[in-house]
Design a protein around this ligand. Structure first.
Ligand SMILES: Nc1nc2c(c(=O)[nH]1)N[C@H]1C(S)=C(S)[C@@H](COP(=O)(O)O)O[C@H]1N2
Ligand SMILES: [Mo]
Length: 323
């Protein structure tokens, strides 16, 4: 194993990528780049921007936890956001989320578990070793980013709270505090922002609780102090600034399903073959690509490129019906 130490981080070098990873990545890369890239790009180098407190993560061993694509810049990741609690414009959260108080903060774990509890955020952060994971994020609106998150698999928490047989789904609840979140005055969504996963999706090692990005604690606008990241689903499944995680028997009715059931299904797996009623999902604009709005669009990959890791979760399911 060859690791390049860099300001406390470790990064994979190409010699660590297995032949299988390479084959998969190369196919995805060639497809995405329109077959123009013959050589794989160098492994991502994550340097801290030096804006917030350091939160280093070790290289993750989870398959799929590092794409070989160029990272979206910290500037773009932290200034082009969807976080409706802070306004509906992409530029609103970066401007207004400074009012979010991230300490003290607790995450309540409730419902069908043998060991429910309220976890103080600083205790929660120490529950498992921090890992750096480079995931694609694909928004249902047709843009995407590549973000180096810091956190660990949600499964670590789930195993500790011991779900009972009645735990079939997991609900994720975001803070809803009018004093801190100016966007709550608008009724675009039913607050609090509520999302959900099936139990096997929540347990999948790629599903992550993220506490930071780019080697630093999470910027408020990206969902400080803790958010979900589910890389094979449209971005809205990844709830920000979580205050509760609930284990339930019935499939949750998420905020987006309540707002527009024809447009946002419970599953919302990235799927280039199933269009949103208002937007084609066949291709995407990578934020930061040369040409801005006029940059060449990239083909969207099935399950956002994570099909080898998660495809079997949906074996036999009609993905048009369960969109
Ligand atoms: N609480 C909450 N979480 C949220 C949202 C939101 O409006 N509120 N927007 C979602 C959407 S639509 C996307 S694409 C991602 C964007 O995450 P990012 O700003 O970190 O890129 O956050 C998701 N999580
Ligand atoms: Mo989104």
């Amino acid at each position: 194993m060859h690791l390049i130490p860099d300001r406390g981080f470790t990064h994979p070098v190409p010699s660590e990528i297995t032949p299988r990873d390479l084959a998969l990545n190369r196919r995805q890369w060639l497809a995405a780049a329109g077959a123009t890239a013959l050589a794989l790009p160098a492994a991502a180098q994550v340097a801290r921007p030096g804006r917030l407190a350091a939160l280093p993560g070790a290289k993750s061993a989870v398959p799929g936890a590092a794409t070989v694509e160029k990272l979206t810049s910290y500037g773009d990741v932290s200034s082009y956001n969807n976080f409706y609690e802070f306004g509906t414009d992409k530029s609103d959260p970066a401007r207004t989320a400074h009012t979010l108080k991230t300490r003290p903060w607790t995450v309540s774990v409730e419902g069908a578990v043998a060991k429910p509890g309220r976890f103080d955020i600083d205790t929660l952060m120490k529950m498992a070793p921090m890992e750096e994971r480079i995931y694609r994020l694909r928004c249902v609106e047709g843009w995407s980013m590549v973000i180096p998150w810091v956190g660990w698999s949600l499964a670590e928490l789930i195993k500790r709270v011991e779900p009972t047989g009645n735990a079939k789904f997991v609900e994720f609840v975001t803070l809803a505090d009018r004093a801190q979140m100016p966007g709550l005055r608008s009724s675009v969504l039913d607050w609090p922002y509520l999302e959900g996963l099936r139990m096997d999706e929540a347990m999948h090692p790629l599903t992550m609780l993220a506490f930071g990005l780019y080697g630093e604690v999470m910027p408020n606008q990206n969902g400080a102090p803790v958010r979900l990241v589910v890389p094979w689903k449209y971005g809205f499944k990844s709830g920000k600034s979580l205050v509760a995680i609930r284990f339930v028997e019935k499939q949750p009715r998420t905020s987006w399903e309540r707002a527009a059931p024809e447009e946002y299904g419970f599953y919302s797996n990235v799927n280039p073959k199933v269009d949103h009623p208002r937007w084609s999902q066949a291709s995407e604009r990578r934020i930061g690509d040369d040409g801005g709005l006029f940059a060449k669009r990239r083909p969207t990959l099935m399950f956002n490129g994570y099909e080898p890791q998660i495809g079997q979760l949906y074996a036999g399911m009609d993905l048009k019906k369960f969109f």
